[in-house]
Design a protein around this ligand. Structure first.
Ligand code: 173
Length: 497
C-alpha cells in the first residue's frame, strides 16, 4: 500500500487546493471550504497538515467519511511521517494547566457543585461556554434549580431505617441508583476520553448511560467499552434522511441498547449566547465560527453548526414508524405538558422525559419537576397509576439526591443527570464520575434514612409538600453553591485596539 507523500501534501496546502489529514486519512476539502459550518479559516489553518486534534472534539466521529464524496478521499498517510501542527502553548493553556495541577484532591470534592466549580476553572473557555450555556436569558436553567427548592420534605420517623436500599429498575434494567446518565453532546471538549469516562464508571457502579447521537466517541466505541450485559440507552436526534435514522436505530438495537429516547424539544436549537460569543475567541481549536462567509449564519455556536441534520418536520405521525422499525422501548424526551404526555401515552410510547433540555431550548419554559405534578394527575385519569408500562422521567438541574427523591415522591421512575456527570469527567476523568456516583449514593443513604423510606417504593407523595411548586415568586433561601458556580451572562464587548 502506498501512502500519500509529504510532497503532495505540501502541494495541496492552500485555498486553491486544500488537503487535510484526519485520523491518518487524507481528504480533499477544497470545494467544501466555503460550506464548512465552522468557517473556512479554521480548515485552512490545517491545509496540508494533520487536523485530527482540532477536528475530534467538535465533530461527530464519521462526519468527514460520511459526508465528503468518495472521490475526495485521497488516501492514507504513513502515520510516522504525519506533518503535525505544533500547537503553541498559550498563556491561557499555561494558566489552565496550573489550575489543573492545583485541583482539589478528589476526596475533598463533597458534592456535584464542586465538580462544576473545578470544570469552570480548568475547561477551555469554548468548552465551558458550550456546556454551561442555556438559551436566551437563561431563566429556565436557573428555574430548574429553584423549582426543587420549592418542594419541601414531610419526613416520617421511627421506622427502623437500619438498612435502606435505593436501587431500582429503569425500563426493565437494574440500576444501583434511581438516576441515569443523561445524554450530553461533544464529550471530548471536556476530556480526551469523552463519553468513555461515563461508560467505564457506569459499568463499575451499575448505572445506566444514555448514549448521545452527537457523542464525540462513535456509538460502537462506546458500546465496545461497555462490559457484557451493561445496560445502555440511546438518545436520538432524528435525521432528515430517515434511512440514516433507521440504520442507526436498528444497529443500536442489534448491539443491545434497551431504550430509545427520541429528543422532541429541539426542532431548532436554542440560541445559547455564551456559546455564540465564543465566535469572537479564536483559540486555534475551532472555536472561531464564521468570519467572511455569506452562506452560513454569522451567529452560530458550536452546537448550531453541527445540528443542521436534525429534522424539524418530525411529528406525531412518525411515532408508528419508529414502532415499526424497532422493538426497543420508545421514550419521548422533552415533554412539557399534560396534553402531550397523554398523546405520547396514546401513541403507545413506553415513557416520557419531562425535560426542558437543561434550559437550552425554550427559555422560560417550566421545570420538569413542576410539570411532573400536572402530568401525573392527567395520566391518572387515563388508567391505573403507577403504570408499569409507562414511565415518567425528569431531568434538569439535578445536583443532589434530595432532588431525585422529590421527583420520585411526585411520581417519577428515575431522574436524568447530564451536566453533573459531564462536569465530573471534565474535571477529573473517569474517577470524577465514580466519585460523583459515590457522593450521590451517600446522599441517598442519608436522605432516605432521614425521610423514613427504606426502599424506593416507600417514597410516596405524602413525603413531600409541593404546594409552593406552582408559585414562581416568594422568598427562598439562596442556593449559594449553585449561585457561585453559575456564570452570569455577559453583554457585547467594545473593540479593543
Ligand atoms: O443541547 C445541545 O447542545 C444539543 O442537544 C446539541 C444538538 C445538536 C448539536 C450539538 C448539541
Amino acid at each position: 500500500m502506498s501512502f500519500v507523500s509529504e510532497e503532495s501534501l505540501a502541494e495541496h496546502a492552500s485555498r486553491d487546493s486544500c488537503w487535510i489529514i484526519v485520523h491518518s486519512k487524507v481528504y480533499d476539502v477544497t470545494e467544501f471550504l466555503d460550506e464548512h459550518p465552522g468557517g473556512s479559516k479554521i480548515i485552512l489553518k490545517y491545509a496540508g497538515k494533520d487536523a485530527t486534534e482540532a477536528y475530534e472534539p467538535i465533530h461527530p466521529p464519521n462526519a468527514i467519511q460520511d459526508n465528503l464524496p468518495i472521490e475526495k478521499h485521497i488516501g492514507a498517510i504513513d502515520p510516522n511521517t504525519i506533518v503535525k501542527v505544533v500547537k503553541e502553548v498559550t498563556e491561557e493553556d499555561k494558566r489552565r494547566q496550573a489550575l489543573m495541577d492545583a485541583r482539589p484532591p478528589l476526596d475533598e470534592i463533597l458534592n456535584l457543585h464542586d465538580f462544576e466549580a473545578v470544570a469552570r476553572a480548568v475547561l477551555p473557555a469554548k468548552a465551558w461556554a458550550y456546556y454551561s450555556s442555556a438559551s436566551d436569558d437563561e431563566i429556565t436553567i436557573r428555574e430548574n434549580r429553584a423549582a426543587f427548592q420549592r418542594v419541601w420534605f414531610r419526613p416520617r420517623i421511627l421506622r427502623d431505617v437500619t438498612s435502606v436500599d435505593w436501587s431500582t429498575t429503569i425500563l426493565g434494567c437494574k440500576s444501583s441508583l434511581p438516576i441515569y446518565i443523561s445524554a450530553t453532546a461533544l464529550g471530548k471538549l471536556g476530556h480526551p476520553d469523552g463519553e468513555l469516562n461515563l461508560t467505564r464508571a457506569a459499568a463499575k457502579h451499575g448505572v445506566i448511560q444514555m448514549i448521545p447521537t452527537l457523542a464525540s466517541c462513535s456509538f460502537d466505541e462506546i458500546v465496545d467499552a461497555a462490559t457484557p450485559g451493561q445496560p445502555l440507552f440511546l438518545q436520538l436526534y432524528v435525521n432528515r434522511d430517515r434511512e440514516i435514522t433507521k440504520k442507526y436505530v436498528q444497529h443500536a438495537e442489534k448491539r443491545g441498547v434497551k431504550a430509545l429516547f427520541i429528543t422532541v424539544d429541539a426542532p431548532q436549537l436554542g440560541r445559547r449566547e455564551k456559546d455564540m460569543r465564543m465566535k469572537f475567541v479564536d483559540d486555534g481549536a475551532g472555536a472561531k465560527v464564521q468570519e467572511n462567509q455569506k452562506d452560513v449564519k454569522k451567529d452560530q455556536g458550536v452546537a448550531r453548526a453541527i445540528s443542521s441534520f436534525i429534522d424539524p418536520s418530525l411529528s406525531w405521525k412518525d411515532i408508528p414508524w419508529f414502532r415499526s422499525i424497532t422493538n426497543m422501548h420508545i421514550i419521548l424526551k422533552g415533554v412539557a405538558t399534560p396534553e402531550d404526555a397523554i398523546l405520547a401515552y396514546e401513541a403507545g410510547c413506553q415513557g416520557i422525559v419531562l425535560s426542558n433540555h437543561g434550559g437550552r431550548q425554550l427559555d422560560t419554559s417550566r421545570s420538569g419537576i413542576e410539570n411532573l405534578v400536572d402530568i401525573v394527575a392527567a395520566l391518572k385519569t387515563r388508567g391505573p397509576w403507577p403504570n408499569p408500562n409507562f414511565s415518567i422521567f425528569v431531568d434538569g438541574g439535578v445536583r443532589r439526591a434530595s432532588d431525585v427523591l422529590k421527583a420520585i415522591a411526585l411520581g417519577a421512575s428515575a431522574v436524568g443527570v447530564g451536566r453533573g456527570f459531564l462536569y465530573a469527567f471534565s474535571s477529573y476523568g473517569q474517577e470524577g464520575v465514580e466519585r460523583a456516583i459515590e457522593i450521590l449514593r451517600d446522599e441517598f443513604e442519608m436522605n432516605m434514612r432521614l425521610l423514613g423510606a427504606r426502599s424506593i417504593n416507600e417514597i410516596v407523595p405524602e413525603m413531600v409538600d409541593a404546594s409552593a411548586l406552582r408559585s414562581h415568586a416568594g422568598l427562598t433561601p439562596t442556593d449559594n453553591l449553585y449561585n457561585t458556580t453559575y456564570q452570569p451572562l455577559s453583554l457585547a464587548s467594545f473593540k479593543t485596539k
